[in-house]
Design a protein around this ligand. Structure first.
Ligand code: SF4
Length: 78
């Protein structure tokens, strides 16, 4: 994976607190007191684990945008 940086957000309206993203990418996500996922940082290094977490979120609550270019990494267009 490149050395690009990602802006990672979680839509709390969608997040059901399954914890899947925390298991897949504990360096990228944590659950808050309300059992909702929060990115550990607003900007983080691109990583397969974070992308894997976004791809496997059951409600597609995670969005990844490449910092600088603004290219949407996830969700990808169908
Ligand atoms: S995998 Fe999705 S629904 Fe589950 S805690 Fe993470 S963001 Fe929320």
């Amino acid at each position: 994976m490149s050395e690009s940086k990602w802006l990672v957000t979680v839509d709390k309206e969608l997040c059901i607190g399954s914890g899947g993203c925390v298991l897949r990418a504990p360096e990228g996500f944590e659950l808050d007191e309300a059992r909702q996922s929060c990115p550990r940082a607003e900007v983080m290094a691109a990583s397969e684990a974070v992308l894997d977490a976004a791809e496997n979120c059951p409600v597609e609550a995670i969005t990844i945008v490449e910092e600088g270019s603004g290219v949407v990494v996830f969700p990808t267009l169908p």
